[in-house]
Each structure stands twice: as structure tokens, then as C-alpha cells.
Design a protein around this ligand. Structure first.
Ligand SMILES: Nc1ncnc2c1ncn2[C@@H]1O[C@H](COP(=O)(O)OP(=O)(O)OP(=O)(O)O)[C@@H](O)[C@H]1O
Ligand SMILES: [Mg+2]
Length: 327
């Protein structure tokens, strides 16, 4: 099946006064119609940069240094502005972390929905869309302003805006991070139901590996701007191969050991000032060998997933204790 989003060898940096920060450092990602893909990694691993790059929606200091992005077969990095706007409107729907800042505080909700639908949407269409995302009393919501909504209701409105034109792909960046725990599952259920109903693909970006593994068919683990492991969620989560994936799972809530303690990953993620010529995780990796600090690992296909580690197939890593996460 042809990919609805095709990212190849993407490199993105941000210009700073004192140089550059490499946020995405050679990422390949194909999304086929209808699939759900979770992208996980610690803060700063490049998840949002990758997600927003798909719509060329990055901060003004971002620079595309290499690679290609195609959405619905159009080249996002080289198409003219008018075509880019059309691709964003028709093919992509974005759901952000903070619904309040994603909504316009000065426009009535109904007006924002009408603008998202386009082509002079009337009250019936506006209310039908607000109803589809589970908002009770859509007419009242449409007549009000964002500040009158709870966080969960506001996120439903943002999701309504995202699906207004039946996009091929929904990109949700930490869509529940700012919401009460009680509403998080409901919003994720809504995204799943809409994906099922519309046939859209879902890209879910989050630091919460357990949640993403449960919610998505495929999992990509990012570290230092690269994808270090990717494959079917169950396989990656229960039988991780990359040392970083293993460390991330050991550090994830729900995997507390004796005494209720989690095992944090020692050290901090890197801020890359250049495209790294080696394995970006080497400094924190319990298995690191001299080669890891000298040579960028190729991607190996192992046991039904792809792993960017020199020792992906080696006994060194296979014999590790954390070979499986509890269900
Ligand atoms: N506008 C910007 N200017 C400079 N550096 C930036 C900018 N946006 C992001 N970065 C840097 O790029 C790197 C990747 O950031 P990004 O926001 O993509 O990571 P993330 O995985 O989404 O993190 P988080 O989990 O905190 O949302 C980080 O080092 C970050 O500090
Ligand atoms: Mg982010």
C-alpha cells in the first residue's frame, strides 16, 4: 500500500545565537493509510520536531538540512505556499498538547469550526461535527468561547477542528498531557474511534511508552533525533532490542520493581550541536563498546523490527535481564 506520509532521511536543525541544535538527525518514516503509529522518547528526542515537520509547521529558526517529506505524494519541502496550505487543510489534522492555546480566545467556537470546515459551513454542519467528537449540546458549545470550556471539552473541539476536512492523517502531540487523568483515556478512545470511522492514520507522539504501546499498532522509539527501534508495538514493548528501549521500559511507570522503585536511566539526553557521527546513546548505554563512540550504527532488521544498534543481533544485548516488560 502506498504511504500517505513518507519521510526519508530527514535532518532538521534549529538556528541559535551560538550555533545550531540538531533536533532530527536522519529519520525515515512511512505511514500507510489507516495505521496507528506511536512515537516515543524522552523530552528533547525530536518527537515534536518530526511531527510538526510533516506539516512544515516548525518554528521560524528551524532549518531543513536534508531529506524529503511527502504527504499524499506531494513534496512538503518544495511545494509552493498555496499547495502547502491545501495539503495541510485536506490531508493533515493536528491535535496539540494544550487545547486552550490551540483555540482562538476571541472567536466563538462555532466560527472556528466553520473556518475549519470551509466552504461556508452552516449551523447544522458545525453542530454535527461538534456532536461527532462527543460534545453534549453542540449548539451551546458553538455559541460560546474557548474559556467557557473544560480542558477535556476544549480538546474535543481541537479534535473537531482536526477532523473537519476528513484528513488522511491525524498527528496528535501529547494530546492528553494537559488533561486530568480522568479524561485522558476518554480522549484517546475518541481518537481511536475517529480513526476507525474515518480510516485516517494516527501518529501519536508521547513520552508515555506504555500508553502508546497499548494504543498504537506500531511503535517508533526516538533518541537524539533518530529512530533507534521501530516495529509492531507488542514486540517492541515486550521484547525490546535496543538498549535505550529497554532502559525506557524499565524507567516507565507501571514497571516498578521491589519496593515500588523505578529504575531511571542514568544521565541526560544529549543536546546535539551537530549531526552525531556515532551512536547518540553511547554515553548512557550500559553495553557501549569503543565502536559505539566512533561509528554511526546502521539499521538492522532483527526479529520483526528495525534496530539502530551495532550490537542488535549480538549475545551482549540479547542476554540482558530486561528482555520483557510485564503486560
Ligand atoms: N524553536 C527551537 N529553537 C531551538 N531549539 C529547539 C526549538 N524547538 C526545539 N528545540 C530543541 O530541539 C530538540 C528536540 O526538541 P523537540 O521539541 O522536537 O523534542 P520532543 O521529543 O518533542 O520533546 P518533549 O517531550 O519535551 O516535547 C531539543 O533539544 C529542543 O530543545
Ligand atoms: Mg514535544
Amino acid at each position: 500500500m502506498s504511504a500517505v506520509v513518507a519521510v526519508s532521511n530527514l535532518v532538521v536543525s534549529y538556528g541559535m545565537d551560538d550555533g545550531e541544535v540538531f533536533a532530527v538527525d536522519g529519520v525515515d518514516l512511512d505511514i500507510v493509510p489507516g495505521e496507528s503509529v506511536g512515537i516515543v522518547g524522552e523530552s528533547g528526542s525530536g518527537k515534536s520536531t518530526l511531527g510538526m515537520a510533516i506539516g512544515r509547521l516548525l518554528a521560524p529558526n528551524a532549518r531543513f538540512l536534508g531529506g524529503e517529506i511527502r504527504v499524499a505524494r506531494r513534496s512538503i519541502l518544495s511545494c509552493p505556499a498555496a499547495e502547502l496550505r491545501q495539503v495541510r487543510r485536506d490531508s493533515l489534522g493536528f491535535v496539540y498538547q494544550n487545547p486552550m492555546s490551540a483555540l482562538d480566545p476571541t472567536l466563538r467556537v462555532g466560527r472556528q469550526v466553520a473556518l475549519a470546515i470551509g466552504e461556508r459551513a452552516g449551523p447544522a454542519e458545525i453542530e454535527a461535527l461538534l456532536g461527532r467528537v462527543g460534545l453534549p449540546d453542540p449548539a451551546r458549545v458553538a455559541a460560546g468561547f474557548a474559556h467557557e470550556l473544560s480542558g477535556g471539552m476544549a480538546q474535543r473541539v481541537v479534535i473537531a477542528l482536526a477532523i473537519a476536512r476528513n484528513p488522511a492523517v491525524l498527528i496528535a502531540d501529547e494530546p492528553t498531557a494537559s488533561l486530568d487523568a480522568s479524561i485522558q483515556g476518554v480522549i484517546l478512545d475518541l481518537l481511536a474511534a475517529l480513526r476507525r470511522d474515518t480510516g485516517a492514520s494516527l501518529i501519536l507522539l508521547s513520552h508515555d511508552l506504555r500508553m502508546v504501546a497499548r494504543r498504537c499498532e506500531r511503535l517508533l522509539v526516538m533518541y537524539g533525533g533518530r529512530v533507534v527501534e521501530s516495529g509492531p508495538s507488542g514486540r517492541v514493548f515486550h521484547h525490546p532490542r535496543h538498549p535505550y528501549t529497554r532502559a525506557l521500559i524499565r524507567a516507565a511507570a507501571g514497571n516498578e520493581g521491589p519496593g515500588g522503585m523505578l529504575e531511571p536511566i542514568p544521565g541526560v539526553p544529549p543536546v546535539l550541536r551537530r549531526s552525531s557521527p556515532d551512536c547518540a546513546f553511547a554515553e548512557r548505554c550500559e553495553f557501549a563498546q569503543p565502536r559505539c563512540r566512533q561509528e554511526r550504527p546502521a539499521v538492522h532488521r532483527v526479529d520483526g523490527r528495525e534496530v539502530a544498534c551495532h550490537y542488535a543481533t549480538s549475545e551482549l544485548i540479547r542476554a540482558d535481564r530486561a528482555s520483557a516488560a510485564p503486560a
